[in-house]
Design a protein around this ligand. Structure first.
Ligand code: FNR
Ligand code: LAC
Length: 359
């Protein structure tokens, strides 16, 4: 099979392949989906300021996150329920990410265990995303397994005390077979719109502080959208933050990660490693994120499109497309080392709005 050429081609191919319920779940956002659309549009409102006649014969895409070097800054964002996209689920995602040298952040709401994922791609770099469930024993067991099986960090997702109102999910009425997919958390069917009922809405900065002090791994807080919360994350022992509005799936009309990133990178200084996600669809988007202060980006839906279209190979292909696009973008921007990018490479674009990514 010939795989698609761009991430938007992957999105279209996946839409043809997926059943209506999973497609609504994967592609939708909250409310009027203003934030969902804005996530992509905001990167497109930034123009690149290219420099010329720089020797770009050697390019270096590497970045350092939590003190460890990564060959490139494109990471897999945590997303739930990969077996809705492909029978091999998270195992295929882990293998595809490892084949593309990409760090894979596995979700707490995975349809495979952290141990099986580690065994499927032993050489792959991996983080574990933590939802603190009302049944805290389930979360504790997941963290223990992650610590024991080579996960390098815990990413505490902070922006889902309750589930955003997602009307595509309400309309589809889709329910997962929880007894099969997440047996530790629920028996019988579970409507996608009820996922939030599994999660403990009382989670607070004190919990983050306790994890950071006690879990034995660095902790990142995912879902930070203000400089104030970045400062609190550092004050409570986090090693990093992921600037994220959860792919537009939680509070609609929140601004895009691209807009929040500069103030957060400034507040973080060298106390926190800053990552960003939401709407990253092109290598130029990655370049802009790094120029605005991120050390790495996370990619959510495009990885699911890759998984749905081509399993492990599809995931690898999506990540390699972005990596190759970033390589060309660095060369043409005249910044051969990704780590050297700064605000001099970007400016607000003067063209209006941009074109929405999805058709
Ligand atoms: C998510 N996201 C998410 N985040 C998280 O911390 N834990 C999770 O289990 C999930 N699950 C999930 C499912 C689906 C279907 C989507 C689309 C997203 C949010 C995810 O990590 C990330 O923040 C966004 O997906 C980034 O935006 P893009 O790349 O999808 O535009
Ligand atoms: C979602 C949750 C599970 O966005 O993170 O669907």
């Amino acid at each position: 099979v010939t795989l698609p050429l761009t991430l938007s081609d992957f999105a279209r191919a996946a839409a043809e392949r997926l059943d209506a319920g999973p497609l609504a779940y994967y592609s939708g956002g909250a409310g009027d989906e203003l934030t969902l659309r804005e996530n992509e549009a905001a990167w497109r409102r930034i123009a690149v300021r290219p420099r010329v006649l720089v020797d770009v014969s050697q390019r270096d895409l590497s970045t350092t996150v939590l003190g460890r070097e990564c060959p490139h800054p494109i990471f897999v964002a945590p997303t739930a329920f990969h077996r809705l996209a492909h029978s091999e689920g998270e195992l295929a995602t882990a293998r595809g990410a490892a084949a593309a040298d990409a760090l894979y952040c596995m979700s707490s709401l995975a349809t495979t265990s952290p141990v099986a994922v580690a065994e499927a791609a032993p050489a792959g770099r991996r983080w574990f995303q933590l939802y603190v469930f009302k049944d805290r024993g389930v979360s504790d067991a997941l963290v223990d397994a992650a610590v024991e099986h080579g996960y390098e960090a815990i990413v505490v997702t902070a922006d889902l005390p309750v589930l955003g109102v997602r009307e595509r999910e309400l309309r589809s009425g889709y329910a997962i077979d929880a007894a099969e997919l997440i047996p530790d958390l629920h028996s019988g069917d579970l409507a996608l719109t009820d996922i939030g009922t599994l999660i403990d809405p009382s989670l607070s900065w004190e919990d983050v502080e306790r994890f950071a002090a006690g879990c034995g791994l660095p902790v990142l807080v995912k879902g930070v959208m203000t400089a104030d919360d970045a400062v609190l994350a550092a004050d409570h022992g986090a090693a990093g933050v992921v600037v994220s509005n959860h792919g537009g799936r939680q509070l609609d009309t929140v601004r895009a990660g691209a807009e929040a990133l500069p103030e957060i990178a400034e507040a973080a200084g060298d106390r926190l490693d800053v990552l960003v996600d939401g709407g990253i669809r092109r290598g130029t988007d990655v370049l802009k994120a790094l120029a605005l202060g991120a050390r790495a980006v996370m990619v959510g839906r495009p990885v699911l499109w890759g998984l749905a279209v081509g399993g492990e190979d599809g995931v690898r292909s999506v990540l390699e497309i972005l990596r190759a696009e970033l390589d060309v973008a660095l060369a043409l921007a005249g910044v051969p080392r990704a780590a050297d990018l700064d605000g001099a490479s970007v400016e607000p674009a003067r063209w209006a709005g941009g074109v929405p990514f999805t058709a």
